[in-house]
Design a protein around this ligand. Structure first.
Ligand code: ADP
Ligand code: MG
Ligand code: ZN
Length: 502
């Protein structure tokens, strides 16, 4: 079925309610892999970070990475889950060349964390609770590169290359309970949930959760049921959706596709699907295996994980403030609207503004520079705000120079430009470029006299009482001093010279 045959989103919602299930995989930022000591560092030559354990050699024995377990418990706690007193790993048996053991070490019916929830805030401020089924530990597979075909997929490829550096990197899979009641806002809820989960994971410091780098990916399950019916419809599972926007689009597309099939009297097959960035569509993958196809059984080579209650409580004590709570607190402190806060968040500026305020700036100034001049600069160079070569302390120093009157905004922008260009700290740029507000009367006097002489008609108007006309003369002085004059002082001097009261 092509996109043009789809029923509209509105028509789909007029007849059906969407039910969603989101499965999010997060690659943990541990130094070593989940069951061996191999490095997890990105960018190494293929197959240089491998050993008998992660290559699945006979007789090699895995050992659980304690930091991996700790991260899983932290995630579970932050999601308000119960933490298992005792749980095991299980073998999920299947063959794929990127998985040299022929099974994935995962957890099946004994996840480390279960029964939780995450409250997500929608764009209009409404809070939607997403219930969490479980969060379990597992390992990543290697990476295959299919060479010679047009699509990069295995079909049509001439040969495939395998890199096992990623095999065995710890993953946490977080699975929601069926999400009901989102109605037409299902795509927005899905996106907000993944966004909130990403913020949470970052706040916990367990992963950078960069979706564009595959550190966090989402499988989107979706089904429709006619209004008023309780039983769920058959779901499809769109795999490996790897941006927030794509999550939203995948839900939307699947709602329309399911509705098209169902309204035409067809049936939905339970299958996995691929998402296509180009047009936001999905296409059929494989018919979905049932759990029994994997012949799960408890992993005999690993001891069960039995986190003591003392340890769990200790970890609970280390949890940071939840991102949503922190955001609301900052929004109130800063006195900004929900919408502005969203822009600040989207720009990745929250932590930078906080750090700038901690370095002494007031929040309005910190926001102004990060969301104005610096956002523009990041945009132009196509980098993240955080990657700009300027620190919050340097931005705070610029703000301080403005606050004390040594710089005006125009000069401050030049100082920032200098810092970004690698000319040194704000004070060094001020010195080198000679950027200082000139407020000293003897230095300004000559420029003021010249401006009056060159604009005799305007000067007459001002003498005649039209004080508002002084702006033109201030402008002339600012131009003559290349923006460095103290505008307020210039205005006073002009009025003084012309003998009128400000
Ligand atoms: P699988 O291993 O087949 O992917 P999981 O239980 O791990 O199964 O994940 C299925 C996801 O889909 C869960 O988030 C679950 O809540 C959700 N789900 C289950 N049934 C339905 C359904 N009929 N419609 C939409 N989502 C569903
Ligand atoms: Mg799944
Ligand atoms: Zn290894």
């Amino acid at each position: 079925m092509t996109v043009t045959e789809l029923v509209s989103y509105e028509d789909a919602l007029a007849s059906y309610d969407p039910v969603m299930g989101l499965e999010v995989h997060v690659e943990l930022g541990t130094k070593t892999k989940m069951f061996c000591g191999c490095s997890t560092e990105l960018g190494a030559d293929p197959n240089t970070q491998t050993c008998p354990v992660c290559l699945g050699m006979p007789g090699a024995l895995p050992v659980v990475n304690a930091t991996g377990v700790e991260s899983a418990i932290k995630i579970g706690l932050a999601l308000h889950c119960e933490i298992a007193e005792w749980c095991r790993f299980a073998r999920k048996n299947y063959f794929y060349p990127d998985m040299p053991k022929n099974f994935q070490t995962s957890q099946y019916d004994e996840p480390i964390a279960f029964n939780g929830y995450l409250d997500v805030q929608l764009e209009d401020g409404e809070v939607f609770r997403v219930e969490i089924e479980r969060a379990h530990m597992e390992e990543d597979t290697g990476k295959s590169t299919h060479v010679g075909g047009a699509t990069g997929r295995i079909h049509g490829a001439q040969h495939s290359l395998l890199d096992y550096n990623r095999a065995g990197i710890p993953l946490i899979e977080i699975v929601t309970k069926p999400i009901e009641g989102a109605g037409e806002r299902a795509p927005e809820v899905a996106k907000a949930y993944v966004a909130e989960l990403r913020e949470l994971i970052k706040a916990l410091g367990v992963s950078e959760a960069r979706m564009e780098m595959g550190q966090m990916r989402c499988d989107v399950n979706l089904s429709l049921r006619p209004h008023g019916r309780e039983k769920f419809g058959t779901r499809s599972e769109t795999k490996n959706v790897n941006s927030l926007r794509s999550v939203e689009r995948a839900v939307r597309f699947e709602v329309q596709r399911h509705a098209s099939v169902l309204s035409a009297g067809g049936t939905i097959v339970q299958e996995t699907r691929h998402f296509h960035e180009e047009d936001g569509s999905t296409t059929s993958g494989r018919i979905k295996e049932e759990a029994e196809d994997y012949r799960y059984f408890p992993e005999p080579d690993l001891v069960p994980v039995a986190p003591s209650r003392e340890w769990v409580e200790e970890l609970r004590g280390t949890l940071p403030e939840l991102p949503r709570v922190r955001r609301n607190r900052l929004r109130e402190d800063w006195g900004v609207t929900e919408h502005d806060m969203q822009s600040i968040l989207n720009a990745g500026a929250v932590d930078l503004i906080v750090a700038t305020v901690e370095a002494g700036a007031d929040s309005a100034a910190a926001r102004k520079w990060w969301m104005g001049e610096l956002a523009r600069s990041a945009n132009e160079s196509g980098t993240d705000l955080a990657a700009l070569p300027i620190t919050p302390a340097q931005v705070a120093r610029v703000a301080a120079l403005v606050a004390e009157g040594s710089l005006n905004d125009k000069l401050a922008r030049q100082v920032i430009e200098g810092v970004l260009a690698g000319e040194g700290d704000p004070d060094a740029v001020v010195d080198k470029r000679g950027l200082k507000v000139v407020s000293d009367d003897s230095a300004l006097g000559a420029a003021v006299d010249e401006a009056i002489a060159a604009n005799a008609a305007i000067a007459d108007k001002i003498r005649g009482g039209k004080v508002a006309a002084a702006g033109a003369l201030v402008g002339a002085v600012m131009k003559a001093t290349r923006g460095q004059a103290d505008a307020a002082r210039v205005r006073e001097l002009i009025l003084e010279r012309l003998g009128v009261e400000g």
